[in-house]
Design a protein around this ligand. Sequence first.
Ligand SMILES: Nc1ncnc2c1ncn2[C@@H]1O[C@H](COP(=O)(O)OP(=O)(O)OP(=O)(O)O)[C@@H](O)[C@H]1O
Ligand SMILES: [Mg+2]
Length: 377
Amino acid sequence: MAGQKWKIEELTVGKALEAVFWPNPQKDSKHKLRATHLDGRRAPKVVLSTDKRIVAGAPCMVRITAINKPERDDRGSIEVEYVGRAPFRIEGVYLDPVISKKLQVLLESGLNILLDGPQGCGKTVLARAIATTLGMEFVFFNCGAVVEATDFFATIQVRASQSGSPVTDFVKTDVLLALEDAHEHPEKRYLVFLDELNRCQETARNALMPALDSTRKVFHPIENRFIEIPANVQFVAAVNRGSQFSATFGIDAAQLDRFAPLQMTYLPPEEEVKLLQGRHEELPTSLVEHCVAVADAIRNSDDLPASLSVRATEEACIYLKHPLFSGDTSTLPEVLKSSFCGRFSGRWYDVGSDAGAVWALVKKVLRQRKINVPDDR
Ligand SMILES: Nc1ncnc2c1ncn2[C@@H]1O[C@H](COP(=O)(O)OP(=O)(O)OP(=O)(O)O)[C@@H](O)[C@H]1O
Ligand SMILES: [Mg+2]
């Protein structure tokens, strides 16, 4: 159904559907809000409302009050009234119910959001899914590549001119292009995702500070002037904080304060099993459960300095379903030696190292689950 267009005969006055409204770009219209989709399907006419209870950008349930036929200078419209808040769902991503509620409030308010959580807990995938679900333009920016303050907005490239002499070109980054675009398209919404925000130097990050507070301005390094950040741009950033992330730089209190922080953790084991089963249907559920149970024990171990991402459990599934591996429990210990122990310092056979401690935990959990693990030679 999704992606299909509604036929006008399918829509009748009184029908209740889900929609996301944005300010109507037709400024002189009495209808201040406009939507283009109903229940995820494209509407045959523009959907309009004057109902003040509708919050722009927040999915809501609406009821059709009128279907206006096209007239000479008008292509017709569907008028609706507010029924209630729609359940907040981010497709393809598991979200803790409390975090989900907080996220909904922050997205509606337009505040900058900071997703803070261990590696591979779904921060990047969540940011992308928010944009897709809410129909926002997704602008991905990897802050790890930023060295100087201006790198957020432009990069300098040197090329040879026809005569062979060096010419310096400024190339706009996707962030700057999106800010410019957002001015031209007030009807669109932009989610600028600043991934790995604390992997760039703090001094470079300072360039972003006025963008993130009420000043909402940034310096355009090519045009040498400040440009405003329009209201249809929302910033979401992601960080891993903690001593184990050696390539990160601290986020100072003033920078942190410009974001509403949301702490994320790994999905609960039963949800991780569902996620992996959905992606690797050919694997027996019990095998996926064993992998996730071991990962869960590693994540909950106080003695280990780092954690284990969902990428690690997914990698184990990729091995296990391959014909070169048996796809049963006999190869599980071998697979986890690389997919789990290999993500920690040292070697699995070195009992004094972190990898060795993980191997001891792998053996313990697998044996508790009645899986035969041969003794180490
Ligand atoms: N809650 C979740 N829902 C759906 N997929 C998830 C979830 N958590 C992790 N994953 C999966 O785990 C993998 C890693 O996720 P992602 O890249 O979003 O992690 P991250 O938190 O951004 O990690 P990093 O801090 O290393 O950048 C992806 O394949 C993603 O689909
Ligand atoms: Mg990430």
